[in-house]
Write a protein that binds this ligand. Sequence first.
Ligand SMILES: *Cc1c(COP(=O)(O)O)cnc(C)c1O
Length: 366
Amino acid sequence: MKDTSRSDDEAATRIETLVVAAGRPPREAGASANVPVELTSTYAADGPVIYARGGNPTWSAFEAALGELERGHALVHPSGMAAITAAFSLAPRGGTVLVTDATYYETGDVLRELETTGTTVVRRHASDTAGFLEALPGADLLWLESPTNPLMDVVDLAPILARARELGVISVVDNTVPTPLLCRPLELGADVVVHSVTKYLSGHSDVILGATVVPDTARGHDLGARLHRYRTLHGAIAGPMEVFLALRGLRTLAVRFERACASTAELTARLEGHPAVARVRYPGFGAMLSIEVAGDAAAAERVCAATRIWLHATSLGAVESQLERRRRHPSEPETVPENLVRLSVGIEHVEDLWADLDRALMAALG
Ligand SMILES: *Cc1c(COP(=O)(O)O)cnc(C)c1O
């Protein structure tokens, strides 16, 4: 690659630029602008990778890009859940996991499974910083998600991660919802970041993918080696095509997310005081919010069924706006109100999103 001047380096540290520039092939004459989809199971002997369960150049490009965004070293996994179970494997058998009382619902299912096989799970409310600090000395692994999904409670990450670091407790942050544009947990002292790449990072509802990221430190390299070994031995690996699509999607993350966040703030302001909305839950940043519909579960379902632009669906972080009543899933805890509808704001025109939502809400009001 050509030498870059100092001013180029400075410009490239801005995350909106990194998201476009990172993980590209070297700029040699005639080189491709993008790393291709490399479909192979094996490599000629004596290279850095010998067999594609251990690595693939398409993965490497995505991993380089996400690593730069999170300021660490990334590994791609075939789903967010694959990344999450890989990260939980870092906890010792029979150990103690300290966790936010609300997590992504299938992370909650993993925790319940761990409890049946001898792991102790200690739960604290997202905003209970003192409770986390008090419980940390007895923990082997700390698991944080902020804002929590779908209640949108915020964790004060910095003091909790700093204390975990002092005590040597392995700390993991699910950074799917804020994305590295709004939060970089490794800079706050986290040991591992996990992502559902399915959501904002790829952004187009066309791939399921996950990632883990560790810091560029001796401890980070050790954890990264364990995660890499877990991925290789369990054999749960991503297809190169999915990773290519995720990297293509990642290139527009900053503009997509900027638009979605601005629309979310505008919609939140309009929903406060709406006659069909009893409560708005918005963490003050990001592109998600939850509303409690004035009425029961059936009224909330009617809102979801009545929109034409918003997609009634369970995912989040896509270009298209989505909404869903979360308690339709049996594993969603009772702390989530029956009438709560989670909204993931996409990149459509905010006035169209508002008109569609307002009409659906008024229809549900009857
Ligand atoms: C979707 C999601 C997951 C699970 O990721 P998959 O890619 O669906 O396996 C984990 N955590 C959060 C916060 C999510 O939104």
